[in-house]
Design a protein around this ligand. Structure first.
Ligand SMILES: [Zn+2]
Length: 507
């Protein structure tokens, strides 16, 4: 379960949003497919229409030809009668031509009929496809409406934190869309992008510098020491960047917490830390140089540990500095590179935090009213538990808490009913001689409120107990009406640290 951005409690993320979106995309894809099919069918129908029209035209032409030839041959036969050889030849040729024309006409007719049938089939198919397409469109509209509704619903109340009542939908959206919040290398690269990937640039530059010095300046240092230094430079830089990137939300909380803390608890701000880190690194290197020059034993140790051949210290200060320079530069390369990367990453985090603060709601400790509300509710639950008579009574949001207790005289353990604010129920329960019935109610009065130095909250509460007896009996009607005062102390996130009975004000 994801962590609430306001109170660090856990909220149940409603993932139906994503499901609805997926469903919608699926429906869209389906609709596109159906529409594509429809278009294809339409194209085929047009093609069939063209073929059909062509066949019809051809058939009509052929029929005309056929008729014409038939007419001619009849005319010729009539004209020449029984005699005349030439005429007979002409008429037989004409008859032959007419036969050919008839055959062609018949073939054209066949083709025409086939085309007609195919055209009708295509028309039918097209009609069916259009109908399916319309239906799919309707279905898609319905699905889209449902999905939009679901998305709206889960945007409105799907990410509500039950502990503090804050809406986490902006945070949820940010986690999905913000490149910095993505998993893997993409997140860290998006994180460094606003400053031209400076941490990576520092890493690469210092590693290259180390490689250069590996064979020149550090030639007198033992190889394993040089390799170790190079490895530490590269991996230390990346690790410090990774560490700051991972802690970005923690740093945001710490920075915001500084606003409500007082005194020494405020600590130093991240901005100052980012500036102090490089300065501290330079200072460390200078102190190391000084110590190596001044303390002979330390120099002996370094010589024995890291140097191949021991150079003489010489007499003057410049000579001494030259002697210790390779070792100091090796340490300096590692320390400075790591500190610079960390400092650059911290500055990047500050930039990111500023953007987050503009988008996200403030944490619980900056929302005084909400903090008091959370603490009040938790304290009422806790105090309800402290009372031995109401251990199994569920707390309700109402400050009036009542419960009906049915106690059978025969059984040692009391029977308990769920709490109710409505006192009139008690009258409706039939009282038998074996059952003793009484109502116990407590009301909470919250008065003093104080923010503590560590950003937490301290509140005073008075608990008034009221006994109301529908049927007063001798041994319980004279119960006292006690007033108990407690001091409730909670940390900045609304978690109760201490509940203390205030004996001075308790009556
Ligand atoms: Zn919350």
């Amino acid at each position: 379960m994801p962590e609430c951005i306001v109170c660090r409690g856990y909220y149940k993320a409603d993932r139906s949003c994503k499901g609805a979106q997926q469903l919608r995309e699926e429906a869209e894809r389906l609709l596109k497919k159906v529409e594509g099919h429809c278009r294809e069918v339409k194209l085929r129908r047009e093609e069939e229409i063209r073929i059909y029209r062509k066949a019809r035209r051809y058939y009509e032409l052929m029929r005309q030809h056929c008729r014409k030839f038939k007419h001619f041959s009849k005319q010729a036969e009539q004209r020449c009668g029984e005699t005349g050889l030439y005429c007979k030849i002409v008429s037989s040729v004409r008859r032959m031509l007419s036969d050919i024309a008839r055959q062609r006409c018949q073939r054209a007719k066949q083709r025409y009929e086939v085309a007609k049938q195919r055209y009708q089939e295509a028309k039918h198919r097209y009609r069916e496809a259009t109908w399916r397409c319309t239906q799919a469109k309707q279905r898609y509209k319905e699905t889209k409406r449902r999905c939009d509704e679901a998305m709206q619903r889960c945007k409105e109340g799907g990410h509500k934190c039950e502990r503090c009542g804050a809406d986490n939908s902006i945070w949820e959206e940010l986690r999905m869309s913000e490149p910095v919040e993505q998993e893997g290398w993409r997140g860290i690269i998006a994180f460094t992008k606003p400053h031209c990937c400076l941490p990576f640039v520092i890493t690469v530059l210092s590693t290259l510098l180390g490689l250069l010095a590996f064979f020149t300046l550090w030639a007198n240092i033992k190889p394993y020491f040089r390799v170790l230094a190079l490895l530490m430079t590269a991996s230390g830089c990346l690790l410090s960047l990774q560490g700051v990137y991972t802690a970005r939300l923690k740093i945001r909380q710490k920075e915001l917490l500084r606003r409500v803390k007082r005194g020494w608890r405020r600590g130093i701000s991240t901005q100052v830390l980012a500036l102090l880190l490089p300065a501290g690194a330079v200072g460390t290197v200078l102190i190391l140089t000084y110590a190596l020059i001044r303390i002979g034993d330390l120099w002996e140790l370094v010589k024995w540990l890291a140097l191949i051949s021991a150079p003489d210290m010489g007499d003057g200060l410049p000579k001494k500095v030259v002697a210790v320079l390779p070792f100091v530069s090796l340490i300096g390369c590692v320390v400075l590179a790591i500190c610079f990367t960390a400092s650059s990453s911290l500055l990047l985090t500050l930039r990111y935090i500023k953007r987050l603060n503009e988008l996200l709601p403030h944490p619980l400790f900056l929302q005084g009213e909400r903090l008091a509300q959370v603490v009040r509710r938790e304290a009422e639950v806790e105090l309800g538990r402290l009372d031995p008579r109401s251990t199994d009574v569920e707390n309700t949001n109402a400050s009036w808490m009542g419960y009906i207790q049915l106690r059978e005289q025969a059984s040692p353990r009391p029977l308990r009913l769920p709490p109710t604010v409505d006192m009139s129920i008690a009258a409706e329960i039939p009282s038998s001689p074996q059952v003793e019935l009484w109502i116990h109610a407590a009301t909470w009065v919250w008065d003093e409120l104080k923010r503590t130095d560590d950003g937490g909250i301290e509140m005073k509460v008075a608990r008034h107990e009221i006994y109301q007896l529908p049927k007063p009996t001798d041994h319980s009607s004279h119960r006292p009406h006690p007033r108990v005062c407690y001091v409730v102390r909670a940390d900045p996130w609304g978690h109760i640290v201490r509940i203390q009975r205030d004996d001075k004000q308790t009556k």
